[in-house]
Design a protein around this ligand. Sequence first.
Ligand SMILES: [Zn+2]
Length: 271
Amino acid sequence: MAAAGGVVVLSGAGLSTESGIPDYRGPSGALRRHTPMTYQAFTSGVTARRRYWARSHVGWRAMAEARPNSGHRAVAHLQRRGLVTGVVTQNVDGLHQAGGARDVVELHGSLHRVICLDCGALSSREELDARLTRANPAFAARAVAVNPDGDAELRDEEIDGFEVVGCRACEGGVLKPDVVFFGESVPAGRVSDCFALVEGARLLLVLGSSLTVMSGRRFVLRAAKLGIPVAIVNQGPTRGDDHATLTVDAPLGEILSEVAALVDARTAATR
Ligand SMILES: [Zn+2]
């Protein structure tokens, strides 16, 4: 099926677990012990933001060190071969791009970028990381656990006194990672871009998403409504299984490498 091309990939946290980034809802289930930051809490005041940035500053180490796995590389390979025509990801870790994929639509944004809530300026997380490190020379907190949104578990006494820095462009504006927090909507233009990709697909391939939230599930529903086949590779059941033509419950890196190899073998055979 994939060999015919026109495949649009929709990926979730399950694709990045083999890179050491935990999943919220998969087998490791970070959501059970972790309440993600909401937009409402983040904008409620400086205390909530200090808490967020202290934890995220520690969590960024793990994010910055994560490397793409064989699943990310296989997707990029299939894209280079012209079989994958679009990549939409719910992940904010940048690992598709690090694995060589191009034109990735980051549905929920990216932890690699920072946005100013006051002037809208975008800057790099690397730059903010350096500024936060300089502003907190004595900060030496170690993460107990890191979550998929780059948020690390810290003790309260480690957060007190953490110095948050403001936007450089407007001199002091509130900085937020350029990710869609819980309680925030995905920008409408980004959603319509994704719908356009899905509507033009011959196959929607879901990789490592339990499709629990409507943010991703709506694309499966749209594909199903249009009669576009949906294939789901995920560890464990998903909320899109009823709409899938094919479901595979298996580790993603292994399966995707096999698909990529199979495609290569087929292409070689038809030469
Ligand atoms: Zn600003």
